[in-house]
Design a protein around this ligand. Sequence first.
Ligand code: F3S
Length: 293
Amino acid sequence: MEIILARAAGYCFGVKRAIQVAEAAARETGSQIYTYGPLIHNRQAVAKLEEQGIKVIENLDSAAGEVVIIRSHGVGPEILNKAEELKIKLVDATCPFVKKAQEIARSLQADGYTVIVVGEAEHPEVKGIIGWTEGKGIVVQQPEDLQLIKPGKKIGVLAQTTQPLARLQAVVKELLTFGREVRVFNTICHATEERQQAARELASQVEVMLVVGGAHSANTQKLAAICRESGATTYAIETAAEIQTDWFKGVDKVGITAGASTPDWIIEEVVKKMTDIRQNEQTEQNPQDMEQL
Ligand code: F3S
């Protein structure tokens, strides 16, 4: 049985970086530190960070005077100001791509543009970006949402970093009918698309796909849906412990992919378990090889 790992799987650059920053800050501080919201949507990874003294808080008030990590999603200026008031030492792990989107939004707002952000209004990254427009930016998800807005003479558009390009394109197409100046910034990061494309390619070459990631991770579930659509029998698992040997009876090729919030060590455990299953399979098929050992 061949076991193939997708060419792009697991943590994106920004999340990996945020975790490294948090771990370094915990080592340096030598005592409890905090992250403003979970660094990552993965139970096992959050538990591991807690063991290192990195605890999640949802409210800055509970960490007055302490060290707080800003996660890869970033925050708006109101959070930075509040942290200063509370004498919190901030360690900024905002993904550089998100920072760039924040800076574009801030400067468009300062230059008198109506700022439109294509994305999910309730997502922390989008809330942060809107914060940099003095709360005046408008979030839209689809062209129809534009019917309700009354933009000024100049419009600036950007997107939440994980949005599909087609969604930004659809909104921009509609905005061009407004007859105003429209400036477009493609702030979409390629990590999501790259993982989806790699999963699609791999799923079309194998019989069984394992998709590793949190049961509540939207991007992991999306990867599982893509793999199913590509024709592979797909199992979405959180950890190696859920793997069942009989899934692979008579299977020649197994693919493995993982959501952007799945830590490397969980992926490694899955690969290890699959290698063990393959080993046992070979032993069962050729018991004389083992006897000779
Ligand atoms: Fe990740 Fe940063 Fe892209 S957090 S998805 S690398 S914008």
